[in-house]
Design a protein around this ligand. Structure first.
Ligand SMILES: [Zn+2]
Length: 99
């Protein structure tokens, strides 16, 4: 009877196979963990982006003149027709060209 004969070699290889299987499972688990972590990160980033967009919509600021406006139309009107803005824009573009 084959099965009754104790063969250390068989035990050795079955243990090896078991260990390899375990390691594979662990690696898979780690991968899944990493993946979910990555997805979490992306989710956080998207939330942040949305938040920034929302804040941008709420607060209308001309960064050049550092002035706040009540609405987007006020801001665009300022950008189109304000003398302060156009002079600021000019000096700003000069600064950029210099650097
Ligand atoms: Zn301005």
């Amino acid at each position: 009877m084959k099965a009754n004969i104790y063969r250390p070699v068989d035990k050795y290889f079955s243990d090896k196979a078991e260990m390899a299987k375990k390691a594979e499972q662990e690696a898979l688990r780690d991968k899944q963990k990493e993946k979910s972590l990555e997805e979490n990160k992306i989710g956080e980033w998207q939330k942040l982006k949305e938040l920034i967009r929302n804040e941008k919509d709420k607060v209308r600021i001309c960064l050049l003149c550092r002035r706040k406006f009540a609405s987007a139309s006020h801001l665009s009107k300022h950008e189109k027709s304000s003398k302060l803005h156009s002079s600021n824009l000019l000096s700003f573009s000069k600064k950029i060209k210099k650097s």
